[in-house]
Design a protein around this ligand. Structure first.
Ligand SMILES: [Fe+2]
Length: 361
C-alpha cells in the first residue's frame, strides 16, 4: 500500500476508482452499464471500504480441477492476487512478466474494481477508442476509455494485430478483463511480434516487415460519425491531424483516410517486432467480396503481393497462443510487442472489457 491506500483505491488522472464504481465480489459491471452504458448514481456512492471487505474475504483461488491453470502457463505467467496486493508489488510482478513474455494474467475472483485498480497501477493516462472499427463495441464508462471487445452478432474471428497501429498515437499497454467467457471458443490470441520478426525469412522480412505501408479506409457518414463520435468534420479533421492521418471527404460525405507507417517497430524492450495492422487490413481486403472498406498497400501505393500477406498470416499463426478465459481474469498485454486477435465464437453472452493505457515514463 502507498500512504495506506490500497492499489484498487488509487486514483488515476481520469477515473476515480472507489468513488465512482460499484463494489463487487464477482466480476460485476456498473449496473447501469447493462442498461445504458453509464454509471449509476448508486454506483457513484459506493464505498471502497466495502469492496475491500468483499474482495479480501474471497482471496485467490488455488488451481484445482474446477479452476485449472492455463494451458499456456509455461510461456506466460498467471499470478494469483487479491485486493490487498499493493500496487508497487503488482507493478513489479507485472513489468517483470511483460519484459519476459510480453503479457501476464492476474487471477483471483477479480471484480471490476480490481480491474480498474490494476490498470491504474500501471498507467496514469488512457486512450479513448476513436476511429477504429466498432463491430458492436459498447462503452462502459463516461470517458469512453473502457469498452467491450467486439461481440454480439460480431462474433467473427479477428486477425492478429497491434492495437491502433493505423494512427500515430497508440496504447503501450492493453488491459483486458473477462466479464463472461464464451461457453466455448472465443479465445483471445496472442503472438510475440519479436519472435515473428526473428523467424521471418529474407523474402518476407524484406518484402513486408522492413517496408513502410499505408493503411486506407473508406467510411460513409453514418459510420464515421459513430466511430469518431462527432458529426463535425472540422473536429474530425483536427483529431486525424493529431494522429498524422490524412483525411478527406468526397462529394457523398464519405470519409477517406490514409496513414503511413513502418510495418515493424522497436518494442519497449528494444527488440524489433512485427507489429502493425497489416493482417487485419490486408486479409479483410483479400477475402471480402466487392469493394473493401479497409485495405493496406506499400506506402507508395503499390499493392502488397497477396502471397506475402498469406505467408505472414501462417507464420504468425505458428507463433500464436490461445487464452482460455476464466471469469474475472485480467490480461495485461505489451502493445509494442504482442499481436492479439480472437477466435470466432457463438455465444452472445461473451463479454471482454478493454482499457488502453500509456506506460509511465
Ligand atoms: Fe484489438
Amino acid at each position: 500500500m502507498r500512504d495506506g491506500v490500497p492499489w484498487w483505491n488509487r486514483s488515476s488522472s481520469v477515473v476515480r476508482v472507489g468513488a465512482g464504481l460499484r463494489p463487487g465480489l464477482a466480476p460485476s459491471l456498473p449496473e447501469a452499464y447493462c442498461a445504458a452504458g453509464r454509471l449509476s448514481s448508486r454506483a457513484r456512492r459506493a464505498s471502497p471500504r466495502s469492496l475491500r471487505q468483499n474482495a479480501s474475504s474471497t482471496g485467490p483461488r488455488p488451481a484445482s480441477a474446477a479452476n485449472p491453470p492455463f494451458p499456456w502457463r509455461a510461456i506466460m505467467k498467471v499470478v494469483d492476487i487479491d485486493a490487498s496486493t499493493p500496487a508497487p508489488a503488482l507493478r513489479e510482478i507485472g513489468e517483470e512478466a511483460l519484459r519476459a513474455d510480453g503479457a501476464i494474467v492476474f487471477r483471483g475472483s477479480l471484480g471490476f474494481h480490481e480491474y480498474l485498480g490494476i490498470t491504474n497501477a500501471f498507467c496514469t493516462d488512457f486512450l479513448p477508442y476513436l476511429g477504429g472499427s466498432n463491430h458492436g463495441r459498447e462503452l462502459v464508462d463516461e470517458d469512453a476509455q473502457i469498452m467491450t471487445a467486439p461481440g454480439g452478432v460480431n462474433n467473427h474471428a479477428i486477425a492478429m494485430h497491434g492495437e491502433m497501429y493505423y494512427q500515430l498515437i497508440r496504447p503501450d499497454l492493453l488491459f483486458f478483463q473477462c466479464h463472461t467467457p464464451a461457453r466455448r471458443d472465443g479465445e483471445t490470441l496472442l503472438a510475440d511480434g519479436c519472435r515473428v520478426f526473428s523467424e521471418m525469412g529474407g523474402a518476407l522480412r524484406e518484402g513486408l516487415a522492413e517496408r513502410r505501408v499505408a493503411y486506407h479506409r473508406r467510411r460513409d457518414e453514418r459510420v464515421w460519425s459513430r466511430l469518431y463520435r462527432t458529426s463535425d468534420r472540422e473536429v474530425l479533421r483536427s483529431y486525424c491531424a493529431q494522429m498524422s492521418v490524412d483525411a478527406r471527404f468526397d462529394d457523398d460525405g464519405c470519409l477517406w483516410t490514409r496513414f503511413t507507417d513502418a510495418a515493424s517497430h522497436r518494442s519497449r524492450g528494444g527488440a524489433p517486432a512485427f507489429i502493425n495492422n497489416v493482417l487485419t487490413f490486408g486479409l479483410q481486403a483479400l477475402r471480402c467480396e466487392g469493394q473493401p472498406f479497409s485495405w493496406v498497400t506499400y506506402d507508395d501505393g503499390e499493392a502488397i503481393p497477396p502471397e506475402l500477406l498469406l505467408e505472414a498470416e501462417r507464420l504468425v499463426a505458428a507463433c500464436t497462443t490461445p487464452i482460455r478465459w476464466q471469469r474475472g481474469d485480467v490480461l495485461v498485454v505489451d502493445n509494442t510487442r504482442m499481436l492479439h486477435g480472437r477466435n470466432a465464437f457463438d455465444d452472445p453472452a461473451r463479454r471482454i472489457l478493454l482499457r488502453m493505457g500509456m506506460a509511465r515514463v
